[in-house]
Each structure stands twice: as C-alpha cells, then as structure tokens.
Design a protein around this ligand. Structure first.
Ligand code: AGP
Length: 610
C-alpha cells in the first residue's frame, strides 16, 4: 500500500507535494520520491527511509515548478532503495510515473518491452508502466492516449499519476483496484491516494471508478474509461477530518485492519491459485520447490502471534503434505543447540521481518546448512533478505501493534505453501480442486462474520471487567485459542489463557466458576463431540461459555451461553475464520476499558531487541 500525490495548478508544487506525502506516510514509507516538471525537464529526486530524508535532499534544490508527482513507497516488488523508489522515468527522461498497486503481468510485459529495446533500471513491477506509456507515445499517440492504451495492457491493481515534458500543462491519473481521488481547487487539482493529502487545500472531490482515467490541466478536467468512452463526473464534498481519513473512517487502526482482512486475504491469494494444475503457484519458492518437496522435516520458528500461525502451519504441512513439522519459539531455538540436518527446511514467520529472536534463529539455521524460507509482510526487511527464498504477505502496513490481518495472511500463505507442497507429493488433483474452491470464497466468508459484531460488542459489555478469561480449542483451533487469549491480554490487560480443550481437566478446570468466561472454539470437525463434552464440563461448574461455532449448528445453541457463528470451510482453513470474532471481542473489551488499542502499554510493533 503506497501513497501517491500529484499536483497541477498555479502554486509552487515542491513543498505542497512533500506535505501531501507526509499526510500519506501511514500508508508506508520505506522510500519516497518526487518528479517536478520545469523548463521542459523532469527534475527527479528520491530517498530511502522516511519522507524527511527526501525533504532534506530538496532543501537546496530551488525547482520552480507548478506541476509534479510524488510517492511514498510500501515495497511489494523490489527492495526499498533509491533505484526502486518512485517516480520511475522513461529511458528518454520525458515521462514520469508513480504507482500504487500490484501489476500481476509485469514479468511478461517487461520481457516484451526489453525485447523492444527498453532498458529497465529497477526491480519493480511499476517500471513496466512508464515504458509502456513511452512505447505508445513513440508509436504516435497523444500522451493521454498513450496512458490509456498502457492501462489496457495491465493486469492487476493500479492507481497511477503520469506527467510528460512534451505536455507541460497536463497531468494524467488512472485507477483500477487501488484508491485514487482528485481534489478540485481554484485553478488547481491535487490527485492523491486518499483525502488526507487533499483536504487542507479543498474539500471538493472527484471520485474515479475502476478502469477510469482523468486528464487534468490547470483549469479543466476530462474523464473517460480506459476503453476511451467519455464519462461525466460530478464534484462532491467531503467532511472527514484527517484522523478519520487515515483510518478510513474507523476509530482505530486495529479495527480498520480487522475489517481489511477480506482484502488482505485476497492480496495473499492474488495470482497464487493455479486453476489448471490445481495447486498453488508461489513465485518466490519456485527456485527451491524441489528441496521443499524432498524435505524430511520442516521447522517453523517465530515469536508471538507469528508463532501461533506457525502452530497452525505445523498441522497444515503434516495434514496435507505429510511432512514432519515442528514449531519452535525463536527465542528458545536460538539458544538450545537444536539438532538440524541440511535437508531440513526452516521457515521463519514474521510480520515485521525485523524481530531479533527470529532473525537470530534464522541465522543459526543457515549456519547449519538448512534451506531457510521467510513468510514476511515487510518487503526488503532483514529476515526477508537473509532467507534463501520466501513469500510476502502483501497485507499492507499493519499499524496496530496487535497483529490481526498479518496473522490471517500468514495462515493464507502457509495454506498455499502446504497445498503447493502436497500437490508435489501425494495430494490428488481432486483434493487440490476442493481446496482451491474453499480458498476462493474465504474473503466473502470473512465479510459474513462481521455481521456478528453487534453480538460480540454486547459480550464485551458484559465482560469488560472480567479478571480472567479461558480460551479452549482442539486441533487446528488450539492455536486459535492461544491467539485469542494473546489478543485480549495485550490490548485490554485482562489475564487470559489459551489451552488445548482436553487439557482443561488436567488443572485449569479448578479455575472455573460463575466469574470465569470461557471462550470455546467449537467448529464442526472430527473432534466436535469432544469439544461439546468440554463445554458441558465448564457448564457443570457454572462457567459462562462463549462458543465460536459453524454456521447452521443448532445443537450448540443449547449447550453454550452465547454462540458466534462462522461459515463452514475445510478444517485447515477454519482458523482464518474462527480468529475473527476473537479479534473483535478483544478490541471491544479494550475500548470499553479505555485502553489504547493501537499502542498498548509496554508493547512495540517490532521487537528488534532480545
Ligand atoms: C502480536 O499481536 C504481537 N504484536 C507480537 O506478539 C508479535 O506477533 C511478535 O512480536 C512477532 O512479531 P513479528 O511477526 O513482526 O516477528
């Protein structure tokens, strides 16, 4: 998720664009850049790191320009460095482009354009856009037609802004699947990823729909589809404030990220399901696929929530691919002299890619000659760079300290890896088809769960001041119980424990009384009956049972005090659904307790120290 800003008007563009980027910094800031059009030339400056680094570079550059584009990057393809930072320029330096989104067919387009003599400098998918526009322009098309024809060739998502030295009075923007809006000022236009970069200048907005583009000069605009059909656009007013816009109208980043999960799961799936071979296609693992197939053992190492997703990954790899799998706390793994063999595969799971314990565990595995794989959200992070291969989550920046969308995206990537490995070993095409069908509908199934938010909020009101919670689950849902307990602990400061449901009778049952709310994940699977017995054991001791159950399960409504339903799916995909109500329960309780859910006390988003 990147931030883009474009300006055309009568005011100096440089600092106006930089201020706009600062408003968008929450969308990601591993690098940034600006291109200003002046005297028939494009002045392009880029910097790695926060936007203040770009600002510093511009201090002594007096570029008197009233048209420009700028970009703050959240890397998806290509490490965070100046070469990969946007804007990207055509080979002749005449055209500059900034882009937010993922171009799925960029490899094919790059090969085609290189064959035609275009020279690529970066490792980004974006660079194909500027060379496509240059190609169509050199073929004799007007600049706006060159942009339009380029958009027709793209597969994937984009929000782009482009300028050209031959058209010093034009700025063109186009959108498909990534946010992009246009602010209408007095003889000026500001194009941006969202209104946070616009509302200090104007509250008059033009909203672009997918597959539309807009051609701007100082005083007028034209909008059309990428099929060249004119589109009439009305100008609308907005009354959001900055804070609301950064959170897309949600009260907190954590809630926004919980509700982003249908989209983040779509991003994790995007381009990864092979409907012909009935398997998963993970480009980042192609070079090591044979070693993964031949693995005698998989060791997953991580911390915190990522360790919980590893526990679910363990069941997935054993269940689907029959590969013995172990999960290790990274902090334990790094110090206990683990027994490793060169044909072991070690997978490091980490949202930030910078967790010190996980990095140390990874380095220990590399020292022993194991194949090391990474499942990371932050592109170009240390762990992503040090593993032999890996898969990115593409979940976008996770700002809330309590991990939510990264967790479900980790589970999605682990499921794809298990499917890919299983189909290279003994899984049938028929089974592969079943799994792909189930994966395809997960985003909509997550959406369905949000209908229970009201019930969950009522439960939160009832248990706002509970002193303890117990979370129980079996099989794939045991790690979900751990994750639900961690979510509650870390943002509401209520003590909570996750336990394998069967273990309750070996001690924790002594805790049960009428003041102990017990969350039981009881989705219908092969061990459902056992979990029902555990619910009855709790009820016999006056515990209050909140059950997470499978949609349509009438029986459990007579067993538990409150039931929150999730749609039916395959057992190894259930955790992606069963965790959602637990995220919302923790969020609502923490809010009712007046806690700071986005920055809980004592916690950091990335623990880069031991
Ligand atoms: C989870 O909500 C916490 N923020 C924390 O446990 C986190 O999962 C852990 O620190 C690991 O972080 P990583 O995924 O960035 O390595």
């Amino acid at each position: 998720m990147c931030g883009i800003v474009g300006y055309i008007g009568k005011r100096p563009a440089k600092w106006l664009l930089i201020e706009g980027l600062k408003r968008l910094e929450y969308r990601g800031y591993d690098s940034s850049g600006i291109a200003l059009l002046h005297d028939g030339n494009l002045h392009c400056v880029k910097a790695v790191g926060k936007i203040s680094n770009l600002e510093g570079k511009l201090q002594n550059q007096n570029i008197d320009s009233t048209i420009g584009i700028a970009h703050t990057r959240w890397a998806t393809h290509g490490e965070p460095n100046e070469v990969n930072a946007h804007p990207h320029l055509s080979n002749d330096g005449a055209i500059a482009v900034v882009h937010n989104g993922i171009i799925e067919n960029y490899a094919t387009l790059r090969k085609e354009l290189e064959h035609e003599g275009f020279i690529f400098k970066s490792a980004t998918d974006t660079e194909v856009i500027v060379h496509l526009i240059s190609k169509f322009y050199k073929d004799g098309n007007e600049f706006d037609q060159a942009v339009r024809k380029s958009m027709e060739r793209l597969e994937g998502t984009y929000g782009i802004v482009a300028i050209c030295t031959h058209y010093p009075d034009k700025l063109i923007a186009a959108k498909n699947g990534s946010p992009l809006i246009v602010g209408v000022g007095d003889d000026e236009f500001i194009v941006a990823s969202d209104a946070s970069a616009i509302i200090e200048h104007t509250r008059q907005i033009i909203y672009l729909n997918d597959h539309e583009l807009i051609i701007l000069n100082n005083t007028e605009y034209r909008t059309k589809t990428i099929q060249d059909v004119h589109v009439h656009k009305t100008i609308e007013g907005i009354d959001w404030d900055i804070e609301m816009i950064e959170k897309s109208g949600f009260a907190h980043f954590m809630l926004k990220e919980i509700y982003e999960q249908p989209e983040s799961i779509r991003n994790a799936l995007r381009g990864h399901l092979d409907h012909e071979a009935l398997t998963a296609r993970l480009g980042g693992l192609q070079s090591v696929a044979d070693r993964l197939r031949a693995a005698n053992r998989i060791i997953i190492t991580a911390c915190g929530t990522s360790w919980h997703s590893g526990l679910i990954g363990e069941y997935m790899f054993e269940d689907l691919a029959q590969i013995p799998t172990e999960v290790e706390y990274a902090s334990e793994f790094r110090y206990r002299n683990p027994i490793l063999h060169p044909n072991d595969v070690v997978i490091a799971i980490t949202q930030s890619g910078e967790t010190a314990d996980t990095l140390a565990a990874l380095r220990e595995a590399k020292r022993r000659g194991c194949l090391t794989l990474g499942i990371c959200n932050v592109v170009g992070s240390t762990i992503a760079r040090e593993t032999d291969a890996g898969v990115y989550l593409h979940a976008g920046p996770e700002i809330g300290v309590a991990s939510t969308k990264a967790f479900t995206s980790q589970l999605m990537v682990l499921a794809l890896m298990a499917l890919m490995t299983a189909r290279m070993r003994s899984m049938s095409p028929v089974e592969g088809q079943k799994i792909i069908d189930a994966m395809n509908i997960l985003p909509e199934q997550v959406e369905w769960i949000f209908h229970s938010d009201k019930i969950i909020k009522e439960l939160a009101e009832r248990f706002t001041y509970a002193q303890n919670f117990l979370y129980l689950g079996r099989g794939y849902n045991f790690p979900v119980a751990l994750e639900g307990a961690l979510k509650l602990k870390e943002i509401s400061y209520i003590h909570a424990e996750g336990y394998p449901a069967a273990e309750m009778k070996h001690g924790p049952i002594a805790l049960i009384n009428e003041n102990m709310p017990v969350v039981v994940i009881a989705t219908q699977d092969s061990i459902y009956e056992k979990v029902i017995s555990n619910i009855e054991e709790v009820k016999a001791r006056k515990g209050y049972v909140i059950a997470i159950a499978t949609e349509g399960d009438d029986r459990i409504t007579h067993k538990a005090d409150k039931v929150i339903f999730v749609p039916h799916t395959l057992p190894f995909l259930v955790p992606i659904l069963s965790v959602i109500p637990l995220q919302l329960l923790a969020y609502h309780i923490a809010i009712l307790k007046g806690c700071n859910v986005d920055q809980p006390r004592n916690l950091a988003k990335s623990v880069t120290v031991e």
